[in-house]
Design a protein around this ligand. Structure first.
Ligand SMILES: Cc1cc2nc3c(=O)[nH]c(=O)nc-3n(C[C@H](O)[C@H](O)[C@H](O)COP(=O)(O)O)c2cc1C
Length: 355
């Protein structure tokens, strides 16, 4: 299946451009999951044959491999992702206000290096429409694995008011998701990464913690509150932010978001794309994100849940992150370059390493 994706699907996508290809793939998944026959085909073709479940934050994860933020910003193919046998799904980034994101083109691919560069800028429908869409799926009694909402900040909202933007999305989505990831690390919203300054982050996270805990009063399983960090900082800085997040009673961390660095040799053939402004994801991010996982896990004695993401292209890549201390792993770029067969290969590798 991975072979078919690399030899047939990727070359076809070259003709339509990365963002259109992404839209087509999402639409196809949504349509395929619409009928029982379609769901059976998806399940038989891609769902893992072996999987190792885990319980975290009181939530049951059928396996440790999930979908990273950005792939399904509008929560439009939830039934499809669930049918494919993912262990969890992270939708969004969602912001309080609907917004179009940056002008196109804003997503680029270098197939030879298995990397993407994007400057999407949180294009999304806004938290209220996304909440309605999820509610419709919930009401249809469709099984969903743990569902996380990635929360961003609207471009029109000043950093001083960021907490209100995140809180609006949290309140809108709390009833329909199982947990939240506070995204302060996307490089494509001007000033967003300034929220990673220690004192700013402390205020933001502790306020969101109070709001989330209040909302949690009325539900059976409390929604965990996680934070997602950038790879573009030193380990010392990272650990200071980890301490801030833990002091704010955050339930865990996602590392990492895309990098604004270019951690590869820039060959002239790819230079035009590599010099595009935006965040890089995929293979070249793998080592740094694994290093961050190892660093956080060592610092916290492995007691603070970590979701590892960045450059997972194979079962071995996923296993490396689990061995470095990740409790769960997820991917975006790996699905673009390896296709949906990644779900089976990662689960196979992780089931083998079960302790
Ligand atoms: C096109 C695109 C859009 C993304 N959008 C978001 C987003 O909205 N919020 C977020 O936290 N991360 C976003 N990400 C980052 C991914 O969730 C992930 O952290 C990053 O791509 C590294 O993983 P990967 O190498 O498996 O792609 C996006 C990534 C890509 C490629």
């Amino acid at each position: 299946m991975g072979w078919v994706h690399r030899r047939l699907v990727l070359p076809m996508f070259r003709f339509v451009g990365s963002e259109r290809a992404h839209g087509l793939a999402l639409r196809s998944l949504r349509i395929a999951a619409f009928t029982p026959v379609g769901r059976m085909i998806l399940r038989r073709s891609f769902a893992p044959k072996e999987q190792a479940s885990i319980t975290l934050w009181g939530l049951h994860f059928p396996n440790r491999f999930g979908l990273a933020a950005g792939m399904d910003k509008r929560a439009e193919a939830l039934r499809g992702w669930a049918t494919l046998g993912l262990g969890f799904i992270e939708i969004g980034g969602v912001t309080a206000h609907a917004q179009p994101g940056n002008p196109k083109p804003r997503m680029f691919r270098v197939d030879g290096q298995r990397l993407l560069i994007n400057r999407m800028g949180f294009n999304n429908d806004g938290c209220f429409r996304v909440a309605q869409r999820i509610l419709r799926v919930r009401r249809s009694n469709t099984y969903l694995p743990p569902l996380f909402a990635n929360l961003g900040k609207s471009k029109i909202t000043l950093n001083e008011d960021a907490v209100h933007d995140y809180a609006t999305s949290m309140r809108a989505l709390h009833a329909v998701v199982d947990g939240f990831v506070v995204n302060v690390s996307s490089p494509n919203t001007p000033g967003l990464r300034d929220l990673q300054h220690e004192s700013t982050l402390a205020t933001l996270l502790s306020t969101l913690r109070i709001i989330c805990s209040d909302l949690n009063q009325g539900v059976d399983v409390a929604r965990p509150l996680l934070v997602k960090f950038s790879p573009d900082m030193s380990d010392d800085e990272l650990l200071r932010l980890v301490d801030v997040a833990r002091a704010s009673a955050c339930d865990g961390v996602v590392v990492s978001n895309t990098t604004v660095t270019r951690p590869i040799a820039i060959r002239s053939r790819d230079a035009k794309v590599l010099l595009e402004q935006g965040g890089l994801s995929g293979s070249p991010l793998s080592d740094r994100s694994t290093e961050m996982i190892r660093c956080i896990s060592g610092h916290t004695g492995g007691t603070w849940p970590i979701i590892g993401v960045g450059g997972i292209m194979s079962g071995a890549d996923a296993r490396q992150k689990i061995e470095a201390g990740a409790h769960l792993v997820q991917a975006y770029s790996g699905f673009v370059f390896e296709g949906l067969s990644l779900i089976r290969s990662v689960n196979h590798a992780l089931a083998e390493t079960r302790d």
